[in-house]
Design a protein around this ligand. Sequence first.
Ligand SMILES: C[S@@+](CC[C@H](N)C(=O)[O-])C[C@H]1O[C@@H](n2cnc3c(N)ncnc32)[C@H](O)[C@@H]1O
Length: 257
Amino acid sequence: MPKSVSRHRQIKALCDIALHKLRRDGLASFLKSGTERLRHLYASKQAPSDFDRQYGTDTGGIVPLWKLQIRSSHQRDGVRYQASDPDFVRRAIEALPIRPKDFQYVDVGSGKGLTLLVASEYPFRRILGIEFSAELHAIATENIRKHPRPKCQDVSSVLADAANYDFSAENTILFLYNPFGKDVLQSMLEKLRASVVQDDREIYVVYSHSVFSQVFDESGFLERMQVPIEAAVYRHLPAHDILHDSPRPHIHVVRKN
Ligand SMILES: C[S@@+](CC[C@H](N)C(=O)[O-])C[C@H]1O[C@@H](n2cnc3c(N)ncnc32)[C@H](O)[C@@H]1O
């Protein structure tokens, strides 16, 4: 195929995706998400990162999802791969009022697994990433193999679509770096809510680059917390009846009217 034809097809595919997202999310969310992408484009050009140099891992770069073979009807709702800042992940974990040994850490949309490796610096019960691209999942698995995982050896990447994932009945920290749009978020939260109804337990959600925080705000079982990090943070406490207003005293909860 001539180069100009293939370039034309790529541009058309990008325009189709942009139009789809604009119609689906509205202008404000579309612009917010576009600005985030541009802001991070520059940083991601400076690969390999210090983290990758130190551990011989491959977590860098930006990978648009249209370049990947993804077997999911939710591909168009997904956001391209780009790793979190390791220091941000540490600050987020340390800001939560938890003991890591009582929790599993789950990165939803984990890509090449950077946050799983960083989380292994803490003694979590278990660490796992959910990723729907087979290529990114394979890179994550190799990264986990190479990394020393200093405080938690039970680290894995799972090849799955977050919209259909069944959460296990453990106290859980969910980490999301703006992985997908409203539809998948809603499906994921519905599954999470069903599992909490079945087995009530502590849940914390760190939602970084929180384009669709409204979905969490309106979930009905998660409360927004005020935590000094650049992310929307939510929690659900066991036997904590939001309707009867009984938050734990040491955490400041922001209530939506
Ligand atoms: C912005 S990257 C975040 C990577 C990683 N969480 C981090 O912070 O370093 C978003 C990731 O979500 C994945 N993703 C998007 N939609 C998904 C879905 N429905 N199920 C699982 N993974 C998904 C993408 O493939 C991509 O790797």
